[in-house]
Design a protein around this ligand. Structure first.
Ligand SMILES: *[C@@H]1O[C@H](CO)[C@@H](O)[C@H](O)[C@H]1NC(C)=O
Length: 314
C-alpha cells in the first residue's frame, strides 16, 4: 500500500483547458472530431503516396514524413486530453509526463527541419530543374529525412534530461493540457536558470536555423520565378510550391506569435490556446492543404476511383 501511495504522490495533475463541465463536454466533442479528421487525412495521404506511382517523387516522400509527424504530434497530447476531459481530476504518472515531453519535442524539432528541407527540395526543383534527379537522389533524400529525425531525437534528449533532474516539491498541478517545459519549470523548486538558457539557446537555434534556411530557399525561388517570361510558366512554377509555402507560413506564424510577443502580454491562457492551434489544428490542416490544392494528388485520387469503377464493371 505504501508503494502505491508513493506513486500517486509522484503523479502530476494536468489542469487542462477548463474546469467547467459544459465547456469540457464541448471540448471533448471538438477535439475528438479534430483528432479523428487528422488521423484519417494523414493516413489517407500516406497510403496514397505509397500506392500511386506518380507520387513516388522526393517531394511526396517528404510529405509522407510530414504526415507521419502530423500524426505523432497530436497523438502525444490529444488522447490523454480526451480521457482527462471526461474525468474530474486528471492524473498523469511521472513517467507518462516525461514521455509526453520527450516525444512532443522530438516531433516538433523534426517537423521544423523537415519543413526547411522541403523548402530546399522546392528550391532545387525550381532553380536547378535539370540537376534535380541528381541532387535529390534516393540516397540524398534518405539522409536528409533521417537527419531531421536524428536531430529531433538528440534535441529532445537534452531537454528531457535537463527537466528530469528538477525536483518538484510544492504543487504538482501542471497548468496546461500536457506536460510541456514552461509549466513544469514553474512548478520546480530547483534552480531552473540552466533550463531557461538551454531552451532559449537550443530552441532559438533550431527554429532560427530552419527559418533562415526556408527564407533563403524562398528568396531564390521567388527571384527565379520572377525571371520566367511567360505568365503561364510563372504560374506553373509557383503552383508547385504554393502548398508548402502555406504550411510553412502557418507553422512559423504560430511560433512567432507564441515566442516573440512582448513578455508583458504573456498569459498562460493565451499560451494554451496558441498551443492548441499549433498542436491540434495545424496537423489536421496540412493534409488538406497538400491534397486539395495539389493537381497531382487530385488527379491521382480521380484515377484511383476510375480504376476501381472499371474494375467493378468487368
Ligand atoms: C521519409 O522520407 C524518406 C526519404 O525520402 C523516405 O525514404 C521514407 O520512406 C519516408 N518515410 C515515411 C514514413 O514516409
Amino acid at each position: 500500500m505504501d508503494s502505491k501511495n508513493q506513486t500517486v504522490l509522484k503523479d502530476f495533475i494536468l489542469m487542462g483547458l477548463s474546469n467547467n463541465p459544459r465547456v469540457q463536454l464541448f471540448l471533448f466533442i471538438f477535439f475528438f472530431l479534430v483528432y479523428s479528421t487528422t488521423l484519417t487525412g494523414n493516413v489517407f495521404l500516406i497510403i496514397l503516396t505509397r500506392i500511386i506511382r506518380e507520387l513516388h517523387s522526393p517531394m511526396y516522400m517528404f510529405i509522407c514524413n510530414l504526415s507521419l509527424l502530423d500524426i505523432s504530434i497530436p497523438s502525444v497530447t490529444v488522447p490523454k486530453m480526451l480521457v482527462c476531459l471526461l474525468s474530474e481530476r486528471c492524473h498523469i504518472s511521472y513517467n507518462g509526463c516525461f514521455t509526453q515531453l520527450y516525444f512532443y519535442h522530438l516531433s516538433g524539432c523534426a517537423e521544423c527541419f523537415l519543413l526547411s528541407i522541403m523548402g530546399y527540395d522546392r528550391y532545387v526543383a525550381i532553380c536547378h530543374p535539370l540537376r534535380y534527379p541528381q541532387i535529390m537522389s534516393k540516397k540524398a533524400c534518405i539522409s536528409l529525412a533521417s537527419s531531421c529525425w536524428i536531430t529531433g531525437v538528440l534535441y529532445s534528449f537534452v531537454h528531457t534530461i535537463l527537466t528530469v533532474r528538477l525536483s518538484f516539491c510544492h504543487s504538482r498541478e501542471v497548468n496546461h493540457f500536457f506536460c510541456d517545459m514552461p509549466p513544469l519549470l514553474k512548478l520546480s523548486c530547483t534552480d531552473t536558470s540552466l533550463n531557461e538558457i538551454v531552451i532559449l539557446f537550443l530552441g532559438g537555434l533550431v527554429a532560427g536555423a530552419s527559418f533562415l534556411l526556408t527564407v533563403i530557399s524562398y528568396i531564390y525561388i521567388i527571384s527565379t520565378i520572377l525571371k520566367i517570361r511567360s505568365a503561364h510558366g510563372r504560374k506553373k512554377a509557383f503552383s508547385t510550391c504554393a502548398a508548402h509555402l502555406t504550411v510553412v507560413s502557418i507553422f512559423y506564424a504560430t511560433i512567432i506569435i507564441m515566442y516573440l510577443r512582448p513578455q508583458s502580454s504573456h498569459s498562460l491562457e493565451h499560451d494554451k490556446m496558441l498551443s492548441v492551434f499549433h498542436n491540434v489544428i495545424t496537423p489536421m490542416l496540412n493534409p488538406f492543404i497538400y491534397s486539395l490544392r495539389n493537381k497531382d494528388v487530385k488527379d491521382s485520387i480521380q484515377k484511383l476511383f476510375r480504376k476501381k469503377m472499371i474494375g467493378q464493371n468487368k
